[in-house]
Design a protein around this ligand. Structure first.
Ligand code: HAM
Length: 430
């Protein structure tokens, strides 16, 4: 029988890597809280129509990449529904905003989420079929200030701070404005016309995009096409005054706050709901899939899925890519536990459990050895996982004085049991 494996594009995350995932999530939660965001958890599957209407029928995500199935009715009261594993979380958050009438509070909603998303893409490094996003959305009725360029700048400032706090150095923030949906439609036609004489000299994908979705030509990575793409009209020339002013206010706030960015005229993003500000943070260490995160404004999304006017802005970070970047930066030091308890003989096992319990209750990370081990094996095992080893034999138990060896300094000391927790809590080398 062939062995069963995780499905292509999915993977298991194992320790010690999961510790890094947890650290990233804990840091994100801490930073989000400072900006007054609260957590939202939406279902992993939704009505397919939500993504078709929200993200856009013509986008790659909806037209090619969704995991969709017919969910058969199980009772007369039920209808057969077409459901989809969420490919992204913004549409779900906005659906929840509408469903729970959060707009009626009149308050700006600042919501974050952490969780799996699903896209049937061609798997490669940094691109998976199940991946995890850490994202946030700021949304509310216009009276809550949700349209203000200050909100855009605050979100970007939060992201820059989060990446810095995670220790991700060397990121680049690319920003652009795609204007109102009317601006975008106008630009699409300008591009379509400009591409008519140029497309035949471009790659086959661009030849197709020139007809079906001219904006996507700007995403082309083929080196030979780049000089041609550089000559194409820029979206900035199709923006109305309001969009231009909005963008100028965002960049002015970023300048004042000291958040570095580069203007990228080609950043139009692959989801239909974007209006005005769009952005991506990239990192050179990632290779072809170099976007750490992406986001932007979606002032018309709520209305597109049947809700009230509720401008918003948000982002999603690829958590898998944050992990890859941190691993590549090589700044990670494996965290070792405080102590390894080595019982001398199986008869000492219960006493060792009692000692481990005492220390763990004092907040220490403790690994418990096995009395059948020879002392040499205990030392070897202990050094891999802990900073210190505590020897527990008949004499130690009777006297209440334990032998502690510090692996960093190589020194061995006698410590009274009452002082043990404090000694083990002290940094190694101290
Ligand atoms: P997105 O650009 O499609 O935007 O995805 C955001 C991020 O998710 C990407 O920059 C990347 O880091 C990560 N990502 C996307 N696809 C994959 C994949 N197959 N494997 C690994 N990582 C991936 C959105 O999803 C929008 N909902 C962002 C947003 C929120 N805009 C406004 N609010």
């Amino acid at each position: 029988m062939s062995t069963l494996k995780a499905v292509r594009g999915t993977r298991d995350l194992l320790p010690p890597e999961t510790a890094l995932w947890n650290r990233i999530e804990a840091t994100a939660r801490t930073v989000f809280a400072r900006y007054n965001f609260g957590e939202i958890r939406t279902p992993i599957f939704e009505d397919t129509a939500l993504f078709a209407r929200g993200v856009g029928e013509e986008t790659d995500i909806v037209s090619k990449e969704m995991y969709t199935w017919e969910d058969r009715a199980r009772a007369q009261s039920e209808k057969t529904q077409t459901l989809t594993l969420r490919p992204e979380n913004t549409a779900g958050v906005v659906r929840a905003y509408i469903e729970h009438k959060l707009g009626e509070t009149g308050q700006l909603q600042k919501l974050y989420y952490i969780g799996p998303q699903f896209r049937r893409e061609r798997p490669q490094k940094g691109r998976y079929r199940q991946f995890s996003q850490i994202g946030a959305e700021v949304i509310g009725p216009p009276s809550s200030g949700s349209e203000s360029p200050l909100r855009d700048a605050e979100v970007l400032d939060m992201l820059a701070s989060l990446l810095d706090e995670l220790g991700i150095s060397g990121w680049t923030l690319h920003i652009n404005s795609v204007g109102s949906s009317a601006d975008r439609a106008r630009y699409n036609e300008t591009l379509r016309a400009a591409l008519i004489p140029l497309a035949p000299q471009m790659c086959v994908d661009c030849q197709r995009r020139a007809v079906t979705n001219p904006l996507r030509v700007l995403d082309c990575k083929i080196p030979e096409d780049q000089p041609i793409i550089e000559t194409l009209p820029k979206i900035v020339d199709s923006l109305d005054e309001e969009s231009k002013n909005h963008f100028a206010a965002v960049t002015a706030a970023l300048d004042m706050a000291g958040v570095p960015y580069t203007r990228n005229h080609r950043l139009v993003r692959g989801l239909d709901y974007y209006t005005r500000t769009t952005f991506e943070f990239t990192h050179g260490g990632l290779g072809a899939q170099n976007a750490l995160l992406g986001g932007g404004r979606y002032d018309g999304l709520s209305e597109a899925i049947g809700g009230p006017k509720a401008p918003g802005i948000g982002f999603a970070m690829g958590e898998d890519r944050l992990v890859l970047t941190l691993q590549a930066l090589d700044t990670l030091v494996a965290e070792k536990g405080h102590a390894y308890i080595a019982p001398l003989g199986e008869g000492m096992n219960p006493a060792a459990l009692a000692l481990a319990r005492e220390l763990r209750r004092a907040g220490l990370t403790v690994e418990l050895g096995e009395g059948s081990f020879r002392l040499k094996k205990s030392f070897e095992t202990a050094e891999k996982v802990s900073r210190r080893i505590v020897i527990l034999g008949e004499d130690e138990l009777a006297s209440g004085i334990l032998t502690v060896k510090d692996f960093a300094t190589g020194t061995q000391t006698k410590v009274p049991r009452a002082e043990l927790a404090a000694v083990l809590a002290a940094p190694a080398n101290a």
